[in-house]
Unconditional design. Structure first.
Length: 267
């Protein structure tokens, strides 16, 4: 009886080399390499020139790539966009985020979260924890004040300042800790710093003894649709901590991946 491949984990046992080579070539072109020099491209993707030439012609015929506007080399074609659009239409952000956040939690040993803006609050839609679970009061469905949390700050930081002012007009900025912004002006100053840094940090900013950091998730129009965060013991997030850079790299990469799934690609 033939084996059911759906029941087996992905492995190289069932690789189809031509497909692997075609995907490697697509990723190479997506990274901005035009394949103007076939010898250089052949070496970079480890595909011989003859096979490379055939793959280029096949991918162009299938509209996965097209000739570059200036006439030399190739860029991604509308076929890739059609596939991506089909993907985005078939999955929501929660389903897309779960595996990304689980991997992030496993790699860092910290709790990971996905939050979206709802009025002046952030609602936590996804929470994933590592094997060695750390204490966290944040649960799926938790509602947190946007101005006082890293996920809220990153979403607000990527909104027009006038929109933020309108959203929070007349808002009661309660001082949750001594680091919490208590006016719209002090919040705007913090948001400008967060946006410039590309990441928001909290070292006991919202909860004593707890640290966190966050990056924004953008859609195809460069608008913020959500934010990803990591949280755990404060010492992990302190400046100078051995783990701080690993945390930053992890949350930024997870946000980049999820943004790409939402159709956002840096210009």
């Amino acid at each position: 009886m033939p084996e059911d491949l759906d029941d087996k984990p992905a492995s190289k046992t069932y690789d189809v080399p031509p497909v692997t080579r075609a995907l490697a070539l697509l990723r190479y072109i997506a990274a901005g390499n035009r394949c103007r020099n076939l010898s250089k491209a052949s070496k970079a993707v480890e595909i011989n020139r003859t096979t490379l030439l055939r793959l280029l012609h096949t991918l162009e015929r299938e509209e996965m790539i097209e000739k570059a506007p200036e006439g030399e080399g190739y860029v991604l074609g509308f076929g890739v966009l059609e596939l991506a659009s089909s993907l985005l239409g078939s999955r929501d952000i929660v389903r897309a985020a779960r595996p990304v956040l689980q991997r992030l939690a496993d790699e860092t040993g910290l709790s990971s979260h996905l939050g979206v803006l709802s009025g002046t609050d952030v609602i936590v839609l996804v929470r994933e924890t590592p094997q060695a679970q750390l204490i966290s009061n944040i649960r799926e469905g938790s509602r947190l004040p946007a101005y006082a949390t890293v996920m809220g700050r990153m979403i607000l930081a990527h909104m027009p300042p006038d929109a933020v002012r309108a959203l929070l007009a007349g808002y009661d900025f309660a001082a949750i800790t001594d680091q919490t912004p208590t006016t719209i002006d002090s919040l705007q100053t913090q948001l400008a710093k967060d946006r410039a840094a590309g990441i928001a940090w909290s070292v006991a900013f919202f909860e004593e003894g707890i640290g966190s950091c966050s990056c924004v998730v953008l859609d195809q129009t460069d608008l913020p649709v959500a934010a990803i965060s990591l949280s755990g013991p404060q010492a992990y997030f302190e400046e100078g901590s051995d783990s701080r850079q690993k945390i930053a790299d992890g949350v930024c990469e997870a946000a980049r991946r999820l943004s790409a799934m939402m159709g956002h690609f840096p210009k």
